[in-house]
Design a protein around this ligand. Structure first.
Ligand SMILES: Cc1ncc(COP(=O)(O)O)c(C=O)c1O
Length: 367
């Protein structure tokens, strides 16, 4: 039997009745754009995660772009991001005519290295986007201290960190705003594309609401040029049902991660993921480092294990971002890690027997 990286069918089985009832009610009202379901999801998200404003949008990439725009970042500005992230972090910045400036990551956590991020700041820097990669919060404290008094904004890329906290504070409440993705495989995933901007700032919340809705607060009264980037009503129904399980599912992920840690400890060659002290990790991805990663990955896949790599190529080595002007060797930690990182299947419904098999296959592949 193969073991998938994520098991969305098992998640659906838990919420199928709620989703069916929600969809049936929606088909009655035919309230397909916006409406009660979106408002209820936004409200529940704020209550559950303790973030004052949640504005549902079409996807996580739009969430980042609209958050940046609402925070006043624009064409010609520089925005510092980590070299090890999904390309969407850079894409959202390029799309608005701003320039992503990369900084290397920390060799232990693979999160943005705060010293390198601060060293990358220039007179044109308007924002830093720490990415809460793999499910834990990036070193936001050091960044905040380093930019105090500069006017530089922190916009969190919290796409992978639904429910993560640092010293009790949830992802999405550290910077002026955060972009969240509800891509299906995320800890809180929709049944298609969806995202949200979270913010502690009422003005930013208002501007994002304008931007997502053709620049208008009232129908046919358009204050600014906007987008059509609304959270789909059907997705809001799914997300609301899943939100009620998020804490429990994140707990199950933590238990599975702890179990991996103990099963893998002592296996020669495996470098375990590290949780930064003060963080409550939500284990969106369980990423180990191994020698000869590509060979190991091929062996695992041949054995039916849905292992993967997040991400095989650092941003500056991908075709779309070569013209940023970086060279091979510009970000040695991210570049070395890209050849070693290996994501093992981890999701709330992963069984102990599946984990045992994954570890046995990994051990065999490493021999
Ligand atoms: C770190 C990170 N940033 C941004 C995104 C973009 O989100 P989306 O795919 O919803 O546009 C993702 C998700 O894919 C992500 O993992």
């Amino acid at each position: 039997m193969s073991i998938p990286l994520v098991d969305l069918a098992a998640q659906h089985a838990e919420i199928a009745d709620e989703v069916s009832a929600g969809l049936a009610a929606l088909f009655e009202t035919t309230d397909f754009i916006g409406g009660k379901a979106v408002e209820e999801f936004e409200r529940d998200y704020c209550e559950l995660l303790g973030v004052p404003h949640c504005i549902g949008v079409a996807n996580g990439t739009d969430a980042l772009e609209l958050a940046l725009r609402a925070a006043g970042i624009g064409a010609g500005d520089e925005v510092v991001i980590p070299a090890n992230t999904f390309v969407a972090t850079a894409g959202a910045i390029c799309r608005m005519g701003a320039r992503p400036v990369l900084a290397d990551v920390d060799d232990e956590s693979l999160l943005l290295d705060p010293d390198r991020a601060l060293a990358a700041i220039t007179a044109r820097t308007k924002a830093v986007v720490p990415v809460h990669l793999y499910g834990q919060i990036a070193p936001i404290d050091e960044l905040s201290v380093g930019i105090t008094g500069t006017g530089i904004a922190i916009i969190e890329d919290a796409a992978q960190a639904q429910g993560a906290t640092r010293h009790g504070t949830p992802a999405g409440s550290f910077g002026v705003a955060a972009g969240m993705s509800f891509y299906p495989g995320k800890n809180l995933g929709a049944y298609g594309d969806a995202g949200a901007v979270l913010t502690v700032d009422a003005d930013i919340a208002r501007r994002v609401r304008l931007l997502r809705e053709h620049g208008s607060e009232r129908k046919y009264d358009h204050e600014v040029v906007g987008w059509n980037s609304r959270l789909d009503t059907l997705q809001a129904i799914v997300l609301r049902a899943k939100l009620r399980r998020l804490a429990e599912w994140n707990e199950a992920r933590r238990a599975a991660a702890a179990r991996y840690d103990s099963l893998l400890a002592g296996i020669p060659g495996v470098r375990l993921p590290v949780t930064v002290p003060g963080n409550v990790h939500v284990w969106h991805l369980y990423v180990v480092r191994v020698p000869e990663r590509d060979r190991v990955l091929t062996a695992l896949r041949a054995a039916g294990i849905g292992a993967s790599v997040h991400y095989p190529t650092p941003v500056h080595r991908t075709g779309a971002y070569r013209d940023l002007g970086y060279r091979p060797g510009s970000f040695p930690v991210a570049e070395a890690a890209a050849g070693e990182i290996l994501t093992l299947p981890l999701h709330p419904h992963l069984t102990a027997a599946q984990q045992d098999r994954i570890v046995t296959e990994l051990e065999a592949a490493l021999r």
